[in-house]
Design a protein around this ligand. Structure first.
Ligand code: GLN
Length: 517
C-alpha cells in the first residue's frame, strides 16, 4: 500500500548491490491514468520530481537518483496513461489492423516493452545496468495495478530462471500488546498468489524490529525461507535504511536468487550518512502547503549539505498565510521554495524582506527567486505594484516566458529540465560552484522581465547567473548570504555530493548561529 516505503526499500536494495560494485538502474510504475506527475496536485501526491530530460515524475525517482547516484530519463517512470497512450496511438496508425486490441496481450506487452527498454537503456552514458529494480506502485488487488502485475507474471515466465527476483513489501502492524501481526502479510501474499506471483523475499515494514519467531511464522505461511523474511523497522533517517537492510542480509539473498557473485560491500556510504553532527541550525521554510512531502528534495538537499558540514538542520515549517514575522527572529536562515499561484505570496514577500533587511541568510528557489526580485522592486526601487504576471494585474517584474505564450494545455509544457547557465565571475554563486558554467534543472513558466533588469541591477541586485538573456540567479553583495535561483538545485543534490547553493546556505546559517550565541 502507499506510504509503506516501497520506494525506499527498492532504492535501499539497489544501494546494497551498488555497494558491491553492481551497476543499478530503476523503474517506477505508477498505475494512474495521468501521463506524468506534472499535472498532479503535490498536496495529494507529494513533490513532482524533475529529471534531467525534463520529465516530471513521481518523487520515488528522486529517491532512486539520490540513493543510487544516477540520472534517470523519463522512460523510467511508467504510468498507465503512457502505456495506454502508446497502444491507442498504435491502434490509430493501423498497427493492429484487423485485430481486437485488448488489455492482455496489448497493454501487458507494452508494459513489458517499457520495462525492458528502461532496463536496457544506457546508464550515465555507459552500457546498460547489471540490475534493474522495478517498483510496482499501488496495492496488490487494486484494479489499477492488475495489468502491471500480470505483465510481471508473464516476464517471470519469459526470463531465465535466475534473471528475476520478486520482493514483496508488506505491513506488519504491532497490536496494543506490542505483538507483531502477520495476518495482513498472509493475506497479501495470498492475493499475489491468486495472480500467479510467488514472492521470493518478503520485506516486513513495521514500527519496530520483527523478531525471529515472527519471521518463522511468515516464512511458514508464505513459503519463503526464514532468511528471506526481512525486517524493516522505521528508522529516523532514510539513508540508514540500507545499513539496516544490510544487517538483515537481504543483499546476499537477492544475489543468490539472481545467481550473481557475492562481493565484499564498500562501506563509504555508511560512513557518509552516519557522520556525527557537531553543530545545529534552524531554517524556516515558508510554504503554503501543509505537507512536507511537497518539498522532499529540498528537505533532502538541506540534509545532504548538513551532513557534509556536520550540521544538523532543523526545519521550521511556516504557513505562508498565517505566520507571525516574530517567528523568523530566532531562525538561522530563511528559505522560500518553488510554488504556483497567488496564495501565500504576501507572507513569502514578508519573509524575504525580513531576510534582506535583517541580514539573515536567504535561499530562494524558483518562485523564491521570482519573489526575491519582486520584493527588491517593491521595497528598494519603490515600485509598489510590482508583481508577477502569474499573480494578476500590476507591474510585471516577472512575466510569462515568450515561448510559453503560445503553449496549449498544461501537461509537460513548462520550461523543463536541464539547461546550461553562465555564472558571473567573482560572484557568490560562482564561488560556491567553483565554476562559471553549470547545468541545473528547471520547472517554470515565468521569468524576470528583460526591460526591468537594468533598473534592478542599478539598485544593487546582482544577476549572477544567466541563460542567454534569461535571469537564472540573483544575489546581494552587501548581505551575509542572499542567493536565489530560477532553477532547482535540490534535484541534483546527493547524499554523497551536496548541492553548492545548499552548502553555501547551511554554512551561512551556521555563521549566523555562531554570531547569535
Ligand atoms: N510559478 C512560477 C513559474 O511558473 C514558479 C514555478 C516554480 O516555483 N517551480 O514560473
Amino acid at each position: 500500500m502507499s506510504g509503506l516505503g516501497k520506494g525506499i526499500t527498492t532504492a535501499s536494495i539497489g544501494r546494497l548491490l551498488k555497494n558491491r560494485g553492481y551497476r543499478i538502474t530503476a523503474v517506477k510504475i505508477d498505475p494512474y491514468l495521468n501521463i506524468d506527475a506534472g499535472t498532479m496536485n503535490p498536496a495529494q501526491h507529494g513533490e513532482v520530481f524533475v529529471l534531467r530530460d525534463g520529465g516530471e515524475v513521481d518523487l520515488d525517482l528522486g529517491n532512486y537518483e539520490r540513493f543510487l547516484d544516477i540520472s534517470l530519463s523519463s522512460d523510467h517512470n511508467i504510468t498507465t496513461g503512457k502505456v495506454y497512450q502508446t497502444v491507442i496511438e498504435k491502434e490509430r496508425r493501423g498497427d493492429f489492423l484487423g485485430g481486437t486490441v485488448q488489455i492482455i496481450p496489448h497493454i501487458t506487452d507494452q508494459i513489458k516493452t517499457c520495462i525492458r527498454h528502461a532496463a536496457e537503456e544506457e546508464l550515465d552514458n555507459k552500457t546498460h545496468a547489471d540490475v534493474c529494480l522495478v517498483e510496482v506502485g499501488g496495492t496488490v488487488g487494486d484494479i489499477e495495478s492488475m495489468p502491471f502485475l500480470e505483465a510481471v507474471r508473464q516476464m517471470h515466465g519469459e526470463l531465465e530462471a535466475h534473471d528475476m527476483v520478486l520482493v514483496h513489501v508488506t505491513l506488519v502492524p504491532v497490536d496494543n500488546m506490542g505483538d507483531h501481526k502477520t495476518k495482513p502479510t498472509q493475506h497479501s501474499v495470498k492475493a499475489l498468489r491468486e495472480l500467479g506471483l510467488h514472492p521470493d523475499i518478503i520485506v516486513g515494514r513495521s514500527e519496530c524490529v520483527i523478531s525471529g519467531g515472527t519471521k518463522k511464522k511468515i516464512s511458514a505461511f508464505c513459503d519463503v525461507p526464514p532468511r528471506a523474511v526481512i525486517s524493516m523497522a522505521t528508522v529516523p533517517d532514510i539513508y540508514h535504511v540500507p545499513m539496516e537492510m544490510e544487517k538483515e542480509g537481504v543483499a546476499d539473498v537477492v544475489l543468490e536468487y539472481l545467481d550473481l557473485e557475492k562481493r565484499t560491500p564498500d562501506t563509504e556510504w555508511y560512513h557518509l550518512v552516519s557522520r556525527e553532527y557537531t553543530n545545529r541550525v534552524t531554517v524556516a521554510i515558508v510554504s503554503k502547503y501543509g505537507i512536507e512531502d511537497v518539498y522532499i528534495s529540498i528537505k533532502e538537499a538541506l540534509k545532504h549539505a548538513g551532513r557534509a558540514l556536520s550540521t544538523e538542520v532543523d526545519i521550521r515549517w511556516l504557513d505562508a498565510e498565517t505566520f507571525d514575522t516574530a517567528e523568523l527572529a530566532d531562525v538561522d536562515g530563511i528559505l522560500v521554495p518553488g510554488g504556483f499561484g497567488k496564495r501565500g505570496i504576501e507572507g513569502k514577500l514578508r519573509a524575504i524582506r525580513f531576510a534582506r533587511e535583517q541580514k539573515k541568510p536567504y535561499l530562494g528557489l524558483c518562485l523564491g527567486f521570482q519573489l526575491a526580485v519582486i520584493e527588491y522592486a517593491k521595497n528598494v526601487l519603490g515600485l509598489a505594484d510590482a508583481t508577477s504576471e502569474e499573480m494578476g494585474p500590476g507591474l510585471h517584474v516577472i512575466a510569462i516566458l515568450p515561448e510559453q505564450e503560445e503553449v496549449e494545455g498544461l501537461g509537460g509544457t513548462m520550461r523543463l529540465g536541464e539547461y546550461a547557465i553562465d555564472l558571473g565571475e567573482n560572484t557568490l554563486v560562482a564561488r560556491l560552484y567553483e565554476n562559471t558554467g553549470i547545468t541545473e534543472r528547471h520547472r517554470h513558466r515565468y521569468e524576470v522581465t528583460p526591460s526591468m533588469i537594468a533598473d534592478l541591477e542599478a539598485a544593487g541586485l546582482v544577476f549572477s547567473g544567466r541563460c542567454g538573456n534569461r535571469m537564472e540567479v540573483c544575489e546581494l553583495p552587501d548581505h551575509p548570504f542572499f542567493l536565489a535561483t530560477q532553477f532547482h538545485p535540490e534535484f541534483t543534490s546527493r547524499p554523497t555530493r551536496a548541492s553548492p547553493p545548499y552548502l553555501g546556505f547551511v554554512t551561512a546559517c551556521r555563521e549566523e548561529r555562531n554570531r547569535e550565541s
